[in-house]
Design a protein around this ligand. Structure first.
Ligand code: PLP
Length: 219
């Protein structure tokens, strides 16, 4: 009941054009099924193996999003079913995704992860790197992937002024990149603690975990 109520509450606060990704990492399938039965069809995971196991056990009308850092040698385990990969940060990785998608005769949508936080630990590309990637001839040869937007993670801080400026930076980066690659439509930013601010700054896709499923227990 709790998960269903949390979902209902969050959805009632979202503008229609904002997509909710339910981040279910570390949570058991029974929790995901509670969200599924409440109508949720998009789930986000940050580990490929865990996502593949849940994919096998759950109904097939779910859109699975990979939101974590992607290791190239593991792309093959999700190529058959993943619907959106948020954390793409190199041409090398895109080539592997393209290769694996081709094997399954699919197209896989990808978001470029842009580094917006000050912390060193966050993955992602600079605006300049993303621009070069989108303009490269090699990209245009990858027929089984499509870059449909950008993703970013703000600094983990209570300083909302800083978080706001990072979100605004991602929005302006999106605009600039969209002028050279007009297929872009998605800005994935905002988590449990900051999704309202993210939406105010132009997010079109939020990734919410603990506010739906409760706090995570890491072993
Ligand atoms: C875990 C995770 C989230 C969700 O975090 P919550 O604070 O639980 O909402 C969002 N995005 C990414 C990339 C994550 O790894």
């Amino acid at each position: 009941m709790k998960i269903k109520n949390n979902l209902k509450h969050i959805k009632s606060t979202l503008p229609e054009d904002v997509t909710l990704v339910a981040v279910s990492k570390t949570k058991p399938v029974s929790d995901l099924m509670e969200a599924y039965n409440a109508g949720q069809r998009i789930f986000g995971e940050n580990k490929i193996q865990e996502m593949a196991e849940k994919y096998n056990e759950m109904p097939k009308d779910i859109a699975w999003h990979m939101i974590g850092h992607v290791q190239r040698n593991k792309v093959k385990y999700m190529a058959e079913f993943v619907s959106l990969i948020h954390g793409v940060d190199s041409l090398k990785l895109l080539k592997e995704i393209n290769k694996q998608a081709k094997k399954h005769d699919r197209n896989i949508d990808c978001l470029l992860q842009i580094k917006i936080a000050k912390e060193d630990s966050k993955f992602g590309m600079s605006k300049e790197e993303a621009t070069m990637l989108l303009q490269s001839n090699e990209l245009s040869e990858l027929k089984n992937i499509r870059i449909t937007g950008v993703m970013g993670m703000a600094t983990f801080t209570n300083d909302t002024t800083q978080v706001e400026s990072e979100f605004k930076f991602l929005k302006s980066t999106f605009r600039e990149l969209n002028s050279i690659h007009s297929e872009l439509k998605t800005i994935s930013m905002g988590m449990s603690g900051d999704y309202q601010l993210a939406i105010d700054c132009g997010s079109t896709m939020i990734r919410v975990g603990s506010s739906i499923f409760g706090a995570r227990n890491y072993p």
